[in-house]
Write a protein that binds this ligand. Structure first.
Ligand SMILES: Cc1cc2nc3c(=O)[nH]c(=O)nc-3n(C[C@H](O)[C@H](O)[C@H](O)COP(=O)(O)OP(=O)(O)OC[C@H]3O[C@@H](n4cnc5c(N)ncnc54)[C@H](O)[C@@H]3O)c2cc1C
Length: 395
């Protein structure tokens, strides 16, 4: 469905989170006549077994609303979160491309609706949110985009009734310049970070990571705070924050504290957050001339958890590395900074890349699991490191 014009997974959103928003579903698309997208899907043979089609058409509507006359790349990127098991993507892409040129496409309608849900579920200020947490720390759990915790709630690992929604707390939203640093609110979505020039300038690996998280529906809902609090060793925003020397801002009713990102995860699936604490945001220092990238390997390009990921940040001086950070995800119990690899890159010389690849193989501690073998992860960490260095050096 579309919420305020953005594609989201309906199964990963609580109904009260749509309070005050414009919700569009397939049932409302035909307005007297079929929508140009529906006509185009029929005409181009895009409707195959039919199961994925409502989702495809709604995701396509978000694309053509935002990019009238969308390019083939925009269509592919916008549909990346929707899987077609008939594997008939060509007809679907053609249908959307044709509809994108339709003169009958109208501007999306927008309504302003006053929120009416019970306040208990949606605190309207940080103070209120922290008070709820302090009073009910053992009982309630924060809910941001819901793309992790609602999956757990469906599996019975969390209680839906105990969730309280952070999306109306203004103090944790936005991305801003603050005292020479870039501040990213905990409620910033992956889509917002991916599109932010401020984030790109201070932490260039971060938008690259956000751009490959899930698909558009997940990126439109999933937040930075949720990705950090979930504390997965495969969380894709974490390696970019390691190489940006980020500081996580945390608060409870008792006060605020700053935690360097490298100290935020004491173990696998663990963070230093207490039950009554919230992540407010992350600060990233600005470094002149910093370049960076993020590369990962998953089972497929969209909707896949990383098997191995590499984030790199470098400042070059007179063509030589003057400052280097390397971090890896999914190859150890937590995200790790690869200090020996950094030293090898800093040392320079004709064989610096080879020595850095040897160092990274020695520094990672991967495991065998459902998604990959330890041996493959170790080798791919070295391969991704080389690709990342070449990409940044040639940029
Ligand atoms: C189909 C699919 C694909 C995905 N693909 C990827 C991927 O490629 N890469 C990746 O890294 N992740 C992926 N994820 C996981 C998820 O989307 C991300 O981790 C996302 O950033 C979680 O953010 P959220 O706002 O949805 O968190 P929520 O689900 O709302 O919350 C997650 C946890 O964080 C806590 N929390 C949220 N905000 C705060 C806060 N401000 N302070 C304290 N605690 C807080 C919640 O209580 C909960 O424990 C995927 C998930 C799905 C369902």
């Amino acid at each position: 469905m579309l919420v305020d014009g953005q594609a989201v997974d309906a199964c990963l959103m609580m109904a009260y989170q749509a309070d005050g928003a414009v919700v569009e579903t397939i049932e409302g698309l035909a307005d007297g006549a079929l929508h140009p997208l529906q006509e185009s899907f029929i005409e181009m043979g895009g409707v195959q077994c039919g199961i994925c089609i409502p989702g495809m058409i709604l995701a396509a509507k978000a694309i053509v609303d935002e990019h009238p006359g969308a390019t083939a790349d925009q269509v592919r990127a916008g549909l990346a979160g929707n899987l077609c098991r008939c594997t008939g993507y060509t007809k679907i892409f053609s249908a959307v491309a044709q509809a994108a040129m339709s003169p009958r496409l109208t501007k999306p309608r927008r309504f302003l609706v006053a929120p009416a849900a019970p306040r208990y579920f949606r605190p309207r200020s940080l103070e209120e949110a922290l008070e709820i947490l302090a009073a009910r720390a053992e009982e309630v759990r924060p809910l941001a985009g819901g793309t992790d915790i609602l999956v757990k709630a469906k599996d019975g690992m969390e209680s839906r009734a105990a969730l309280f929604d952070l999306t109306a707390v203004p103090e944790i939203r936005g991305i801003q310049e603050q005292d020479g640093q870039v501040w990213i609110g905990a409620a910033a979505t992956h889509t917002e970070m991916m599109r932010s020039p401020l984030v790109a300038s201070a932490a260039p690996a971060l938008p690259a990571a956000c751009a490959v998280i899930g698909g558009p529906q997940i990126r439109n809902r999933g937040t930075l705070g949720g990705n950090l609090a979930n504390a997965s060793p495969a969380a894709d925003t974490v390696p970019p924050l390691f190489v940006a020397d980020a500081i996580v801002e945390v608060a409870s009713v008792s006060g605020r504290r700053d935690v360097p990102i490298t100290e935020f995860f004491p173990g696998p699936r663990q963070s230093v957050l207490a039950r009554d604490e919230l992540i407010l945001g992350v600060r990233v220092p600005r470094r002149a001339g910093v370049r960076g990238t993020f590369l990962r390997l998953g089972q497929r390009q969209a909707q896949a958890i990383s098997k191995v990921s590499v984030a790199l940040a470098i400042i070059f001086h007179d063509g030589r590395p003057d400052w280097v950070r390397v971090a890896l995800g999914a190859v150890a119990p937590t995200v790790v900074r690869a200090r020996e690899t950094e030293k090898a890159l800093m040392a320079g010389g004709w064989d610096a890349l080879q020595r850095a690849k040897d160092a990274v193989r020695a520094e990672v501690r991967p495991i065998d699991d459902l998604r990959s073998t330890a041996e493959y992860r170790r080798e791919m960490a070295a391969v991704l490191l080389e690709r990342a260095v070449r990409r940044v050096a040639e940029a």
